[in-house]
Write a new protein. Sequence first.
Length: 252
Amino acid sequence: MDKINEIWQKYKKDKDEKAREEIINYYLPLVKYQVEKIVAYLPDDVRNNEKEDLNIEGIIGLIEAIERFDINRNIKFETFASKRIRGAIYDTLRKYDILPRSLRHKVKTIERAYQKLESELGRQANDNEIIKELKMTKEEFYDILFKVKGIVLVPLEDAIINSEGEEKGLINLIGKEDGILEKFEDDEKKKILIDFIEKLEKEERIILEMYYWDSLTLKEIGKALNISESRVCQIHTKIILKLRSKFYKIEK
């Protein structure tokens, strides 16, 4: 670690190209990790045909992170770069229509049901309530959650990052840093979204923290919580759908 710190110092001071290349090569495994983590959600055709392009886009995100990183800030480069890498990959994936129209319709139906029940109940709906509203069985509901897992490609960062900059992304609201929430209290939209996150069930919030903050894979999260990878996937997708419905309601 001392060696890479020396290389960072050299690059930021002298803009030495050799140092830059060493930094890029040192963090290439981070790109591979983020690509593998994201493609796990993708349909086979996208995963098989576009993985190399996604890796290239991830490297571009890494290079941008290296250029913009301030070594004097009290933040790990891996945390800073992961956001940039994911952002570059998501931008590319948005070019693809990865969900069939029939599933997109079901996603909208679920989101509208969450909005309706929240208005009626004055709180977030639980699984049994949303299943009753949708007139589905539990099996049907969870099957849809698994099938639309690609919907997480509209990630937590999107809600705020695209319009206001990286440091105000929702991923930062999930993090465990002391005082992180107080930084956002001057914005009414963020206060509402913070409230949403704080009211998630304990298991849901843990999964968000593990996935977005600790950068664990779904398999790693499942192992830590002693539940199946597919169950983690379902819960994660459900959280995103609830969050999307909340955000769209705020926007309206």
